[in-house]
Design a protein. Structure first.
Length: 158
């Protein structure tokens, strides 16, 4: 089970940090583990991806639309003349896919075979997570470009 990995928090922070640096030339300032779901605002989006093999888990990346727009602009190297949700979502999906691939490689090993799902993006307010089971869930808050960004890791009970 992934949650038993002793360096789990380091692995997820390291994978996110390396992905931010290599794709967007951004570093995060700080991170901390939360004990409950953060407040969810109307402008927040969640991009999630499933890890199917060799172990089952879901990783969610939650951030504001403004942060995701800035992330898109940093990755592609130019500013959007007008906001296009589809273009930004495609870029963020690729970012989350790369981050999850790095995380899976770090957790399972560079030579391990693993299977990831396709990233999906939804409005954070479309689901009420406030009463979610925290037993198999880790929420890490990152400070990036003066914004709070969240990485939620969930592993179902076996």
């Amino acid at each position: 089970m992934i949650l038993r990995h002793t360096d789990f928090l380091h692995s997820i922070s390291s994978s996110l940090g390396r992905t931010l640096e290599s794709m967007a030339f951004i570093e995060f300032d700080d991170s901390k583990l939360l004990e409950r779901w953060p407040p969810v605002h109307e402008d927040m989006l969640i991009t999630s991806i499933e890890i199917y093999e060799p172990d089952r888990a879901r990783i969610m990346f939650m951030a504001s639309e403004e942060f995701e727009k800035e992330l898109h602009e940093s990755i592609v190297g130019e500013q959007l003349e007008r906001y296009d949700e589809n273009i930004v979502t495609d870029t963020v999906n690729e970012f989350v896919n790369t981050f999850c691939g790095r995380f899976a490689s770090e957790i399972f090993g560079d030579q391990a075979e693993f299977k990831l799902g396709i990233p999906e993006t939804i409005r954070a307010t479309s689901t009420d997570y406030s009463n979610s089971d925290m037993e198999n869930c880790y929420i890490i808050e990152f400070s990036i470009m003066e914004e709070k960004v969240y990485c939620i890791f969930y592993s179902p009970k076996k």
